[in-house]
Write a protein that binds this ligand. Structure first.
Ligand code: IMP
Ligand code: MG
Length: 434
């Protein structure tokens, strides 16, 4: 019985929420292992739309246990709000959510510093979500972080917060010319959050490991996307966590040998939020928009998405960096009305064709995409229920993507609803021999 990792293969917002929701129906355990409330999933169930920032989407399936792993950063205000919002809509969270004591806590100074730093960085600004993610991970690396486990020990928490806040207030005041924060207010507010969250804290690394070993279906859901990975993404226009499949293993404390299937989620085109290179970007008047969510309403910032053609250079690289076993292709119906569809199959840099993504973001920004043009299907595919019913042109588009990426497309999403998906292969049906 398998464990499946789901990772975004572009820059986030690939429609992972829906794929995860589909797979969760078969999972007994669902895990978030990196990032924080910079992520946002929206899940549509019937007429209801739900938004999640920290809690795994498994929460919508009553039989599923949910975990937030050690590799995440948690803003307790957001988490408490999310728990209450779900409970008030009749979705039970109690006894179904466990949080790792080793997860790091986002404090108000992280949020303030995130915003202040972005302003000060000027042309070097990254366009963060302003949720304090970067400063929190920086403190973790600096050994200045406070984890959930420490927040729950009143005396230890007081001692740590006093020291750290003194340093942070100096930085806020002297470097960024912003108001200092009150120790008493943070201490009492976070103690209150700690008491609310206390029943949810548990040894999630051990539980998840045990579940995989005893053959239960486990789903690890990635946040953000491959090219936002702090190490392997389009640095510096990245987030602060490790977003590739390997990062999910460390974030939940299991070894890579325990993973049975790694699924990459790709949109049928490319989008990007925030700043940074997007080689296949369509800058002139768009032939299409991301009708799904043009402003990314599920993300905390609701910024307008930039749109580009399917970029096979990126896709191939994502396959390599994550070791995808298969691909879930989403939002294919967005291309329904296009007479022709382009796929970016290569890049030219200063007149020479390059084989790999350049390391320099400045160069990735400058590359000239080489396109292949395919015929569009000019047909609404949203109500199609099997691969065979897809127009010939659609199947050709899918085949070309598979050919270039070198892995099969297991899932094809043709609309926003739960049912609008064609299943070619069930990722939970593969088991690696151990
Ligand atoms: P941060 O994660 O808030 O530090 O933002 C760093 C970069 O990652 C920015 O370009 C954000 O737009 C991007 N980012 C962070 N989280 C997400 C996400 O869940 N989806 C899409 N982009 C994200
Ligand atoms: Mg999102």
């Amino acid at each position: 019985m398998p464990s499946v990792i789901v990772v975004g293969a572009q820059w986030g917002n690939e429609g992972k929420g829906k794929i995860i929701d589909l797979l969760t129906a078969q999972a007994k355990h669902t895990v978030r292992a990196q990032g924080g409330n910079n992520a946002g999933h929206s899940v549509i169930i019937g007429r209801e739309e739900y938004r999640l920032y920290l809690i795994p989407s498994g929460i919508f399936h009553p039989h599923t246990q949910c975990y937030i792993g050690a590799g995440t950063v948690i803003d307790p205000e957001v988490l408490v709000f999310e728990i209450n919002a779900l409970e008030s809509r009749g979705i039970s969270v109690k006894d179904r959510l466990k949080i790792s004591p080793a997860a790091h806590v986002i404090f108000p100074y992280h949020r303030k510093l995130d915003i202040a730093l972005e302003l000060r960085k000027g042309v070097l600004a990254v366009g963060t979500t302003g949720r304090g993610i970067g400063p929190c991970y920086a403190d973790k690396a600096q050994r200045l972080g406070i984890r959930i486990v420490e927040m729950l020990e009143p005396e230890l928490f007081a001692k740590m917060l006093k020291t750290v806040l003194t340093l942070k207030n100096e930085e806020l005041y002297k470097v960024h010319d912003t108001a200092k924060l009150s120790y008493d207010e943070i201490y009492s507010e976070y103690t209150r959050y700690g008491n609310i969250l206390r029943p949810y804290i548990g040894n999630v690394e051990e539980i998840v490991h045990g579940a995989i070993n005893s053959g239960e279906n486990v789903l690890l859901e990635g946040s953000q996307g491959t090219f936002l990975d702090n190490t392997l993404g389009s640095y510096p226009y990245v987030t602060s966590s490790c977003t590739v499949a390997g990062g999910l293993c460390t974030g939940i404390g299991i070894g890579p040998s325990l993973i049975d299937h790694t699924l990459g989620v790709l949109q049928a085109y490319t989008t990007r939020l925030g700043l940074g290179p997007l080689p296949s970007e369509i800058k002139e008047e768009h032939p299409f928009t991301d009708t799904y969510d043009p402003r990314d309403s599920s993300s905390p910032t609701r910024r307008k998405k930039r749109v580009g053609w399917f970029d096979a250079m990126l896709a191939k690289t994502a396959v390599r960096l994550n070791g995808f076993d298969s691909i879930a292709l989403t939002k294919l119906d967005v291309l329904d009305k296009l007479p022709t569809i382009k796929i970016c199959v290569g890049y030219e840099l200063n007149g020479t064709r390059v084989q790999n993504l350049p390391y320099l973001s400045e160069e990735l920004d400058k590359v000239k995409p080489i396109y292949e043009t395919l015929t569009g299907w000019l047909h609404s595919i949203s109500n199609i229920t099997s691969y065979e019913q897809l127009p010939k042109e659609t199947r050709e588009y899918l085949k070309r993507i598979e050919e270039i990426c070198g892995v099969p497309i297991s899932l094809i999403s043709v609309g926003p609803e739960r049912e609008q998906i064609l299943v070619q292969q069930n990722p939970f049906s593969t088991t690696r021999r151990r």
